[in-house]
Design a protein around this ligand. Structure first.
Ligand code: CP
Length: 319
């Protein structure tokens, strides 16, 4: 394996990764193929290549994260980038410094590429107007979480030959889910059939305009389904009264062993963190048909691919 993937012409059409809404099927496939090539590096005894030597990346996390923050950090280190980490807690944000000033001060220290997670939808777009460097969205409010959807698609592709005609049901709190939005855009671009399922209070009205099937019945969502992606009930983003109780939510929308028995080929995914016993029964999380930890493993390779391809993107590429 060379230090950089064999894939010719690494540049994407985009200069940043803000969301998958504007990414073409070719660009998504390019990222997935590059991630597959980087996976081989992660199997080596010394999991490091010099690909991004001399490139400085700052991870700006204004919201809590375990998987995304650690896997970006690992991906950057595996590529030999110089990495600095910023967390809003303990920073000058607590003294009132704005996102624009924070970002411009960080860039003044000669940072080439910023990864940002923020509670506000559009924060990553905003950052592209404040700094000259490349921006990668690591989750902005309920808008998009593109690298999560890319690692989800890589994990699906490990189990199925093609996305064409693949039936994927995304179940749960769709309204507050950036993961659902990015998966809808990415999966549809690649030819999958997407169903969104949840209580009407957690399914936005615009879902009907996304070119997906919408249902409020879990049994209907699981019929003929290849992959069920359960979503976390985001209690911290909800106003009260969106469903009667967590127990009732689990009874209507929680996936249990009964569902696995009814659908013997069904695979279970979840972006994490999981509320065990709410969107998934605890023994479903640990079941052999749960591929949740494979998603996490694939996150490092996908983020290596995104960092590599965007670091090579021409300055004049589309946002
Ligand atoms: N899936 C995901 O974004 O998890 P974290 O919030 O832990 O990064």
């Amino acid at each position: 394996m060379p230090d950089t993937p064999a894939t010719a012409a690494p540049a994407l059409q985009h200069r940043h990764l803000l969301g998958l809404a504007t990414y073409s099927a070719d660009e998504i496939q390019r990222i997935l193929q590059t991630a597959r090539e980087f996976r081989e590096v992660l199997e080596r005894p010394i999991k490091r290549v010099p690909t991004l030597r001399g490139v400085t990346v700052c991870n700006l996390f204004f919201e809590p994260s375990t998987r995304t923050k650690l896997s970006f950090s690992l991906a950057e280190k595996r590529l030999s980038a110089d990495v600095v980490n910023f967390s809003a807690s303990g920073s000058s944000v607590s003294k009132g410094e704005t996102l624009k000033d924070t970002a411009q001060n960080i860039e003044a220290m000669k940072v080439d590429l910023c990864v940002i997670r923020h509670k506000s939808p559009g924060a990553a777009h905003f950052l592209t107007r404040c700094i000259n460097g490349v921006v990668i969205n690591a989750g902005d409010g309920a808008h998009e979480h593109p690298t999560q959807a890319l690692l989800d698609m890589l994990t699906m592709r490990d189990h199925f030959d093609t996305f064409e005609g693949l039936n994927v049901s995304i179940i749960g709190d769709i309204t507050h889910s950036r993961v659902a939005r990015s998966n809808v855009f990415g999966l549809k671009a690649l030819g999958a059939n997407v169903t969104l399922c949840g209580p009407s209070t957690l399914l936005p009205v615009e879902a009907a305009h996304l070119g997906v099937r919408v249902t409020h019945r879990l049994d209907e969502a699981l019929e003929g389904c290849d992959v069920a992606m359960a979503l976390r009930l985001q209690l911290e983003r909800q106003s009260s009264g969106l469903f009667p109780s967590v127990r009732e939510y689990h009874e209507q929308f929680g996936i249990t062993r009964r569902h696995l028995a009814q659908h013997p080929d069904l695979l279970i995914m979840h972006p994490g963190p999981v509320n065990r016993g709410v969107e998934l029964a605890s023994d479903v999380v640990d079941h052999e048909r749960s591929i949740i930890l494979s998603q996490v493993t694939n996150g490092v390779a996908v983020r290596m691919a995104v960092l590599y391809l965007l670091a090579a993107a021409p300055a004049g590429a589309a946002a």
